[in-house]
Design a protein around this ligand. Structure first.
Ligand code: TRP
Length: 455
């Protein structure tokens, strides 16, 4: 091809932080705590970890492997590994899925920008404010949320324009480090509130009476979403990784960081919600749904000492986490446009911005002026959230596993895992991963998925 040589990540640390940055995002800070809250706390956490190890880690290893061996965007990588086959269209659908996720992700990213701005003016210091009403009037207004959605998308595009090393890798290094430091500060604040220990107990002492089939589905969906697997993000980043890296170790680290971060984010939020509820003598509502972070937490911040500072730190963390993820989603689409439509990086970013911006505007409007407009009974935002998280990602993960397990030869799979024998990984471990990918992951995903569709 006439393309310039592809960029690569500059260092192992940079690569790990960029990939962890993709994984760590709104999924951890915004979605994980309330999903945990809705599904019975610690019991959900246990099932989540089980899903992670048995299904998601093998899928991630395969997506990583396909990206590195294929060496290109999802469409081209499949084509390189299985020339002329229909598999590349799976790659194409992965690119579409990324664009769909980015389109609703940037709406919530926009909310985080707005709440960060508000926290600077100490908007969350009045315990009497009706934060639920404030939130719904903000997301329902016809103009403001669109502006923030586009600001967020613009910030994402500004990073991507600088390319893999100077844009993605450099920003991930800075942002993830800052993110980690500030979230730890918020955790300290949360845990030192009187009554916080009840929230910790809720997170770590399992109550199995709350576990149903839905819990398992919720845990799988959450794990796919949180690890950024199933739609070509890991694949695209992996195509920038050198052949020297250890795929298995990298995937394990990324999953580990992501899970630890989700737990830390939970510890920043849930004990604080418990403590303030306890102080007011009401039931803590940690299953408050998507409003947990934008409604419950501002109320919590307004009632705790140093709450104003905690609010600034928290919403900064939320925005940074969202950006390191949205850049990975945008990069999937941008890499596809650069390599398949032969445009420059700048043009590719502008095209992606326009496409996702338009869809994003519709997603955002579905909380206000377009509230009554339904696709298959769902608002535009919920529709994109539903078809991506519950359908495209699990099916994408299933197909990735089937491709890696059945289409790539076993020898090639093992060869790639061990970097042609240069890495001394025990053979039983490689074979375990291979068989998890070949049998366990596809069967488990299909069973859970069918259960979800049929119920
Ligand atoms: N994992 C990110 C989060 O937790 C979101 C994300 C980025 C994502 N890339 C993805 C989700 C690819 C699914 C697929 O917020």
């Amino acid at each position: 091809m006439e393309n310039k040589p592809r960029e690569t990540f500059g260092s192992r640390m940079g690569m790990l932080l960029a990939m962890s940055g993709s994984a760590i995002g709104l999924g951890n800070i915004w979605r994980f705590p309330y999903t945990l809250g809705q599904n019975g706390g610690a019991a959900f956490l246990l099932i989540y970890v089980l899903m992670l190890v048995l299904i998601c880690l093998p899928v991630m290893v395969s997506e990583y492997l396909i990206g590195r061996r294929g060496g290109s965007n999802p469409f081209r990588s499949f084509d390189n590994l299985s020339p002329g086959s229909k598999w590349r269209w799976i790659g194409f659908v992965a690119v579409l899925a990324s664009a769909c996720i980015l389109s609703f992700y940037c709406v919530v990213g926009g909310w985080s920008v707005k709440y960060l701005f508000d926290s600077f003016s100490f908007a969350f210091s009045d315990a009497q404010s009706d934060y639920a009403a404030n939130f719904s009037s903000f997301i329902g207004s016809p103009f403001k949320p669109l502006l923030y959605t586009l600001i967020f998308l613009c910030l994402t595009g500004l990073i991507i324009v600088f390319g893999v090393r100077k844009g993605i890798e450099r920003m991930a290094k800075i942002m993830i480090t800052v993110l980690f430091v500030i979230i730890v500060l918020v955790v300290v604040r949360s845990l030192t509130l009187p009554g916080a220990v009840e929230g910790v107990r809720y997170m770590f002492v399992p109550d199995f009476s709350k576990v149903t089939a839905d819990t398992v589905i919720a845990a799988m969906g959450q794990a796919f979403f949180s690890l950024s697997i199933g739609c070509g993000c890991i694949l695209t980043y992996a195509s920038y990784v050198s052949k020297e890296e250890n795929i298995l170790a990298s995937s394990a680290w990324i999953s580990f960081f992501d899970t630890v971060f989700a737990i830390i984010a939970g510890l920043a939020i849930i004990p604080a919600v418990y403590a303030i509820a306890y102080m007011n003598g009401v039931d803590p509502n940690v299953g408050a749904g998507p409003g947990l972070v934008f409604i419950t937490l501002p109320g919590v911040f307004s009632q705790m000492p140093l709450g104003g500072v905690a609010a600034i730190l928290f919403f900064l963390a939320l925005m940074l986490a969202a950006i390191t993820s949205s850049i990975s989603l945008m990069e999937v689409v941008v890499a596809f446009i650069i390599e398949e439509l032969h445009r420059s990086r700048v043009i590719a970013v502008v095209m992606t911005f326009l496409i996702c911006g338009v869809v994003g505007v519709f997603c955002s409007l579905s909380f206000g002026p377009l509230e009554g407009f339904k696709l298959f009974g769902l608002s535009v935002f919920d529709f994109f959230d539903y078809i991506t998280s519950n359908i495209m990602l699990p099916v994408g993960g299933l197909l990735l596993a089937v491709f890696a397990g059945w289409r790539l030869k076993r020898a090639n799979y093992l060869d790639e895992l061990t970097n042609s024998g240069k890495l001394k990984i025990p053979r039983w471990l490689c074979l375990t991963i291979y068989y998890l990918v070949k049998f366990v992951a596809p069967i488990a995903i299909s069973v859970i998925f069918l259960n979800c569709i049929l119920s």
